[in-house]
Structure formats: structure tokens, C-alpha cells
Write a protein that binds this ligand. Sequence first.
Ligand code: BGC
Length: 926
Amino acid sequence: MILVGTNAGAPAGTGSGVEVAIGFPAGLVFGSNQVQNRRFVHKINLVTFGRSSICLSYFPPESTRAAVMLTLSKLLLLSCIISFVLGAPALVPSAATPSSPGGNVSTTVAGPYSPVITSSNSSSTSAVSSTASSASASTSGASTTGVITIPLSSYSFTPYPTPTLNPRPPVFPATDPLNPPSVSSDPQVVPDFAPAWTTAYQKAKNLISDYTIEEKVNITTGVGWANGLCVGNIPPNKNFPGLCLEDSPLAVRFADYATAFPAGIQVASTWNRALMRARGLALGQEFKGKGVNIALGPMMNMGRIGQGGRNWEGFGADPFLTGESAYETILGLQNGGVQATAKHFINNEQEHFRTSESSNVDDRTQHEIYAHPFLRSVMAGVSSVMCSYNLVNETYACNNDKMLNDILKREYGFQGFVQSDWSATMSTLSAVAGLDMTMPGDITFDSGDSYFGGNLTDYVNDGYISMARLDDMATRIIAAWYFLHQDEAYPATNFNAFNPTDEVTNKHVNVQADHYKLVREIGAAGTVLLKNKNCALPLDKPRNMVLIGSDAGPGKSGPNEFSDQGGSDGILAMGWGSGTGNFPYLISPLEGIQERARQDGSSVFWDFDDWNTALAGNMAYGQAVALVFTNSDSGEDYITVDGNEGDRNNLTAWHNGDDLILAVAAQNNNTIVVVNSVGPLIIEPWIEHPNITAVVWAGIQGQEAGNAIADVLYGAYNPSGRLPYTIAKDLADYPAQLVTDDSGSEIVTIDYTEGLFIDYRHFDQANITPRFEFGFGLSYTTFTYSELCVTPIHSSDTDQEDLITAWENGKASPIVEGSSTALWLHEPAFQVTFKVTNTGLVSGTEIPQLYIHFPSSASEPPSVLKGFTNVEISPYDTEQVSITLSRYDLSIWDVVAQGWRKPDGQISFSIGASSRDFRLQGDIPT
Ligand code: BGC
């Protein structure tokens, strides 16, 4: 039996495998429930290199591996004989691997497998843009016939050399992760972690020098689901104490005495690097205090789809904002001592079919949009990257040579290790594709077997995976531990994620310090004021007020009513799934507001029944202020809430929100709406209602939610949050929609046909007016901008003048290890300065944003965010502001040359208060 069209390699760029499924007696099952069935999948990777060789990698089920290998050897031998006699393509077993990194992909291959390959590969290329396909074709020197070599990859299996140059302070200082560069609202330092990695690698190599194969394999293989204290565990070995891996991006999951921080989307909404860093550091300290070695965050998927269930864990719908948020979060986390994990690599943009969908993404979009935050993570010295469940261009992400070996490890020079998402490992040979650690270890939860473990040992013993590669895997994992100095008196794990009542393993260490203050500040700083008429806000000692809606109060059974927050009752301060933690407490808006009411002498009434709109209207009547609270929730696919299987079914307010708001607005001409939402909502039913005087987009704020909301409502915090995504007038206005129909396919195809045009980039290009644009947010004061100036900055990288000159002349950067993270590309190249004046009566923080307008030759969206800063200004004061730009910021990814290139023509830019509110305009000097 032949399976056609389910597995194919990444079509774009260079060096990807073309996977071909072939039939064996055990039968082929490539079901949508891959967790159950994937052990029976048989796959072959077929890649051509240069003119004469084809690498063939085989993915057998563990049980039939030996028998099949034997059959395969016979087949190869037979093929050699036929080849010799007839001059036909031969299959020649050889241990040698071609050394061309980024080997070329053939789209048509003659020989016995050609019908399968052609069909499979063409199905994958059809999904990508013509630019990507042409790149593949033009870089390909592949022949269609020739020797087939086993095994396995174009890569040498040795650790990649340290990227870029020697450290060069002040711009490029040697940096230890425990001592990162200080935070700046306009960062100009590019930390060089390479020396710290080199030292860590030396120590790691020493440590494993006397390890047996089994011991090295143990370092790469989790102990299995729920077999240790943490959600993931690497066992101890000799002097190595083992590793604890624990969620989440916003808390130490399943622990007590830990803080429930605002979600990623909230800190992104602050557009404030200092708050991003501070949150990372506080989280890092808490993880360390609990004895967690590896924190499973930050999460940085791109919010491609507004309904995406896990968008709130991440940093919004723009790669630059996400990249900066990830960069600061990782510097903070690792400064706190814990290893950070950049996840999920890559294209896990929706929860429906997350284990059985292929995200088909062209090479340029992958580089410029989805991979960019991971590049910034590598530049922050991230210790680990987690590969995702889905397929990327029809190859599973954890089995994806192109993404793991070629882009992450080679192009970005990533020195840490790749771990799988939980049960996302697809085969033992994923090790060859770049996977270093399998989590939680077993193939499916509790299955008691593993693709690594004994199977990896056998593969190494039998020569299918080289010892050098196993050494590299173990070295990377242990090096990351040394890199964070976790060998130096790091606390032992002192909580039990799976058994919180066991008094032996739960030491109840209180790690919260005074982090609640930061939670409150980020909660307020990430709140976006969308509408404010008649000076409705800030509240000024209202005589009386009513709070309407369940989101204003506590949940009936407390803040941890639902396991993994998989439910919605009361104030929404977290989404659901593995990206959560337990609340130590949760301040509701009622509590936060009543505290102020007590000081002001205001009377407070409330009604939390979302469905009794008549009562809500009656209660609102005659009040000085009527505050209506509503929300919208989402999460991870393993929990369904109110019919929402992770992703949101729609973008409308939950709990009868629209009708409730309208009922209140009908009775009170000072109605203020407060929204706690995981992402955008369609608010057309009420946004222009004349009685709705203010709208506060409060977001996902963590344990201090009610206090943070009160701070903004009363002006204790002058709002400075800005939208990290677009709020559209209509769901159909967004460029990409959630796929919920598998159309009977075992692997669901999701083509990223919108390419670079996600979120505001699409609205700008298609000339669609949004309700509120990306980057929008009001303040209780106003600002003006003036005196724009742009100055080139002389490079500190004198060794690479040739590269800089070539770039200035429009040549793409060369591709070598670490080439995409090189200093010359990322150091400040231009400084943009201007002045901002506070023209109002109160102090406030402005968030100036810089958008690049590329020349038409670049085929880029009209405006692309490449800089932002935050500046606090007293009334009537003026502050000088600086935003720097690197050559990378001014480049596009050239799919043919496979490098970063300045496009032909004049690059201009705008500075403004949102993606559509430009105040100053300039040109980049040529
Ligand atoms: C999630 C990861 C998480 C892991 C461990 C998976 O389901 O996708 O984000 O880190 O579980 O809990």
C-alpha cells in the first residue's frame, strides 16, 4: 500500500527532506488521532544533494524496525545490482553523509519511488507562494537520478561552532545569562552569550566523557508522564542531579505559594520593555525558588487567527512586538536563574487539529513573521526551544530538519537544546532532524515506551544514529544547565506537580516576595483605554455606581474552581490549559472598586446575573455611573469550555455580554464597559452607543485584576496600554480564519496564503478600516510630536565592513552558522530621535511607535512595526526620544539568496501613536 500526499518535506529554502510514506505489512495508519496511531507510521525521507546522491531516512515503527532494516538492506543491494546492470538509479548504503548544509530538494525524482515523491512533494509546494517555490528551484542543483545514500542528513552531527565574532564591548559585550545588559527602552546592546556557551560546553563535554551510551540517552529522555515531581523530568546520573521542567509562561504551575502573573498578552500590551523584563525576572526567581530547572515559557505563537485558543499566552499579532517581548522575558527569566523555553516552534497557530494539521508556510513568511521571535529568543541566550505538535510544510515540527537543524541551529546559531512538546516526538530518527530531548519521555502518556530511551540506544549501537549526534544531544542539554550555573547550589525541586497534598515532597516554599505589586502594575499598564467621552474617566468620587455582570465579581467557588482554569465564572484573569497556574488569591473588580468607594464615600451596588437584562437595566437606572463587565475566554485543546474546544467559536462576548451592555446603556447615559478578553472581540453592537461613554480593554491581568482595573478607572494609573492586535468590525475582515473542518482528511492542510499580511498588515494593504487599529490606545492626557532627526551610526564591527558594504549595495547576507544573528546585522545602524510633549494636565506615558514603509520593490505590507519605546512625561514637559534601527530591521528575507537583504529603493518610516496615527515622517539615509 502506498500513502500519497500525507508527508512531504519543507518545500521552500534549502536542505529539507521530502518524506515519503511507504507501505509495510503492518499497515499504514496516519490518523487524526496521531497520538494513538503514530507508532504504525512508516516514513522515508528522501532528499537529493548536489548532482548524485539522495539521502534516504527511514522511520520504522519500533516493533518492526529490525525486520524492516533487513528488508531494506536487501532492497538496497538489489537496487545496486539493477543499477549496475541497467544503469538505473542505484540505492547504495553508505555511512558517509553529504556535507552540504542546506542540501537541495528535488521535486521530481526518477526511479522506483518517483510516483510517490512527485505527488507528495507537489502537494506541499502547491501551498507555498511562488517566490518560495522558485527559491527552491533556483538553489537546487539536485539531479533526478543517482546514488541513494543511507543515512540520513546533510548535517555533520557535531555541535555548531560559536556564532558571530568575539565580544566587543560596549555594543557586543560577553554576557552571562545571570548578568544580562540592563533594560533600556531603546536597547542598543547586543549581548554575546557565545563565550558563556563555550565554557558551558567544555564543562558538559567533561561531564559526559565517561558516560555510557545508555547514560547519555537517559539525559535525552524524560522519565515518562507523572513519574517525577514536575510535568517533565530528566533522571539523575552520577554527578548530574537531573532536571525538572515545569509550566507555565505566567506562573509556576501546580505549585502553592506562587504568584499568578498577568498573561503574555497583557505584558505585550504595555509596550514597556522594563515591565517585560521585570515580569520575566520575578517569574524566574519563583521558578528557581521552587527548584524548577527549566521553565516552559515564554510562548510566542503569532496570533495569526483571532480565535486562536492560546493567543493570550503569547505576545500579540506582530512579530516585532512579540520578538521584543520574548527577548526581554527570556533575559529576565534567565537572570532569575531558570532556563527559559521558547515555544512552540513553530506554526501552532490554532488548537483544532494541533496534532494533525500541516501549516504550510512559505520561506519568506516563515523567516519574517513566525521564526523572528525565536531568532530574538536565541539572541537573548535562550537555553531551550520546544518544537510543536503540528506539521510544518507536511513534516512534523519535531521531525523537521529544515526548521530545527537548518534554521534554528545553523542559521540562528542556537546553542541550547530542542525539547519536544508533550508527546510531540514522532520517531527515534527525530534526533537526526535536530530534536535533542523527548518529553515527557513516553510515546503517549503512560505508554511505558519511548522513541528515545532503549530505541535511541539501539539506533546508536546499530549505527543508524551516530555517536557524535548522541554526544551533541547530551552535551547541549547539560551545557544549558551549566550555562545557567545550575550546578552551583541550585535548589532541589520542593513541590509535587502531581500530588499537591503529599507532605513529604511538598515543602511549601513561599516564593512570592512582593511580586503582587508588579502584577498590579502590569495589569494596569497593559490595560487599553479605547473610548472616553465627556471625561467619563477617570472616575471622580461618583455619588453612586452599579457593577453589572459576572466578570465584576468572584467565581462562585473561588479562583481555582476549575482544574487548569478550564471554566469561566467570575472575573477572567487567565485563559485555560497548561499555560496557567493556581491563583493564591484573586482580587475581583468589586473588591478593587469598593476599596476606592470607601475612601470616596461612594455607594456601590452590584448585580452579577448576566442573563437577567431587565434587572440589570433597572439597577443601572439613576446611578451616576453604570459599569458593565464582560469577558471572553479560550485555552488549550484538551479542555472544552462552553463548546469552545480551545479556540474560540467566535469573537463575540461571552455570558450574554452584548445584550447585557445594551440593556444597561439603554437606562444609563454614563455606561462604562470593562472587557477582560483573551483577544479581539467584535464590539460593533454597542461601541457607538451614545450612552456608552468609556470602554476599558482590561485584558488578562492575573491575581491583582480588580485592583489594576480600579487603578485605571480612578486614574491612579494613567492608561498607556496599546492594542497588540487589531479589533475588526467584522470577523471576516481578518486575513485568516480558524479551520474547524477536517474535510475527511487525516492531515488537515492549513495554507498560510496571507503570507506576510497578518493582522494590521492586511487591514492596511486591503484598505479595510478596523474598529480599533493595532497599536491604538488612549490616555488621560494628550501628546504632540516634533523635531524628527535620523543619523547613521558608525559600525563597531570593523571586521565585517565588507559585509556591511555588500548589504548597503543590496547584496543578501551570506548564510553560515549564526549568520542571521550576527552583530553587523543587529547592531544599531541608524538612530531616530524626536521630541514628545505632554500637552495635557496630568502626567502620562506615551508609546511612540516606528513603522517602516519599504519601497514597492520589496513587496512588503504598507507599514511594518520596527521600533517602539515608552516615555513618561509630566504635564507640559517635553522629552527627547530615541529609537534605533539595525540593518536587520531594514532587511527582507531573500528566498533565492537565502539571506537578509536591503530592498532596492528608498526606505521611509513614520513615527506615531498607533499603526494608523502617524505624526512624523522620514527617510532612511542612503
Ligand atoms: C503544551 C505545552 C506544555 C506541555 C507540558 C503541552 O500540552 O502544548 O505548552 O508546556 O503540555 O504541560
